[in-house]
Design a protein around this ligand. Structure first.
Ligand code: KMH
Ligand code: ZN
Length: 276
C-alpha cells in the first residue's frame, strides 16, 4: 500500500514551558526564527507557532506574532506557518483571536474545553465559532486540535455551518492531563471518527511523542513533534533542538518507506495554495 507523504509539524515553543526550566526553548524572534529554520531544514513542513513578549511570557499580541513571522521568513524558511489560537491557559478570547488577522496560511482551532493540568482550557461554542468565522474571513486554514472524541463532533458542527471546508485537518493531542490518554487505541478511535479523506496527525505529550508518532506514521497519519509537547530526546536526555526531534521522525519514516512531505507537498495535501 502506497502511503501519503508524511507531514511533520514542529511545535517549537508552546506556551506552557518557561526558559528558566528549559534553556533551549526559543523565546526571542531571532531564537524562534533560528529554531524554525532548522526544524524546516530537518524536514518539518509546518511550524506551529506560539510567541513570547520581551519578558518571555506567552502573548497573542498581533505585533509580536508579526515580528516572529517576519524573522522566520527572513531566514529563508518556507514552511507553512500555523499560528496558535489556543495561546496559554487562561487567556481571553479577544487575546487569542489576534494572530488570525495577519492572514497566516493556517491556524490551530481548539474545538472543545478540558482541564489542562492544573488549569482549565476554555473553548466554548461561541469562541470556536468566532475563531472559525475569523479564519474564514481571513482565508486561514483551520487545523482542529482535539483532545477527546467529542471535540471532533464540535469541529464537524463548524463544518456543517459552512465555516471550514474539506480537506479537513485534525491534530489528535494525546496525553494532556485532563484529555484523552496516550493509549495507542485512542488513535484508532479518533482516526475512525473523522470524515473519510480528512488529514489527521498525532501530537503525543511527553515521552509518548515518539511512540505515538511512530504508530501514526505506520497508520498513515501525520506527526507533530517539538518542545511544546516534549522536551526530551530520550529518558533523562533533554532534547538539544526541535530539529533533532524532527530528524528522528524523518529517519523512522524513511526507514519504513514513507517519504516526507516538503512544504509544497503539504500544501497540496492540506488544500492550501502554493506560495512562491
Ligand atoms: N497552550 C495550550 C493551552 C494551540 O496552540 O492551539 C493550548 C495550545 C493549543 O497550545
Ligand atoms: Zn500550541
Amino acid at each position: 500500500m502506497q502511503m501519503e507523504k508524511l507531514i511533520i509539524t514542529a511545535a517549537i515553543q508552546g506556551a506552557e514551558i518557561s526558559k528558566s526550566n528549559f534553556s533551549p526553548l526559543p523565546i526571542t524572534p531571532e531564537e524562534v526564527a533560528h529554531e524554525a529554520y532548522d526544524a524546516w531544514n530537518a524536514g518539518a513542513a509546518v511550524i506551529h507557532l506560539h510567541v513570547r513578549d520581551h519578558n518571555g511570557h506567552p502573548t497573542q499580541d498581533k505585533d509580536e506574532f508579526k515580528k516572529n513571522i517576519d524573522a522566520i521568513t527572513a531566514t529563508g524558511c518556507k514552511a507553512i506557518i500555523q499560528v496558535s489560537t489556543g495561546g496559554a491557559v487562561g487567556m481571553t478570547a479577544a487575546e487569542r483571536m489576534q494572530p488570525v488577522t495577519l492572514k497566516p496560511e493556517s491556524a490551530s482551532l481548539n474545538t472543545g474545553s478540558l482541564n489542562f493540568g492544573d488549569g482549565i482550557f476554555l473553548n466554548p461554542p461561541d469562541l470556536i465559532r468566532a475563531l472559525a468565522v475569523s479564519m474564514k474571513q481571513h482565508g486561514v486554514k483551520p487545523e482542529f486540535e482535539v483532545y477527546e472524541e467529542g471535540h471532533i463532533h464540535n469541529a464537524l458542527a463548524i463544518v456543517k455551518e459552512g465555516l471550514a471546508n474539506a480537506p479537513l485537518s485534525f491534530q489528535f493531542v494525546l496525553g494532556v492531563p485532563g484529555g484523552m490518554s496516550p493509549n495507542p487505541k485512542n488513535i484508532f478511535i479518533l482516526s475512525e471518527a473523522v470524515p473519510i479523506n480528512s488529514n489527521w496527525g498525532v501530537a503525543g505529550i511527553g515521552r509518548y511523542q515518539l511512540s505515538l508518532g511512530m504508530i501514526s506514521i505506520l497508520l498513515g497519519g501525520n506527526v507533530r513533534v517539538g518542545f511544546e509537547d516534549n522536551i526530551y530526546y530520550s529518558k533523562g536526555e533533554p532534547a538539544k533542538s526541535n530539529a533533532q526531534l524532527v530528524a528522528r521522525m524523518v529517519r523512522l519514516s524513511e526507514e519504513i518507506g514513507r517519504p516526507i512531505a516538503s512544504e509544497n507537498d503539504a500544501r497540496d495535501i492540506l488544500g492550501l495554495k502554493k506560495r512562491e
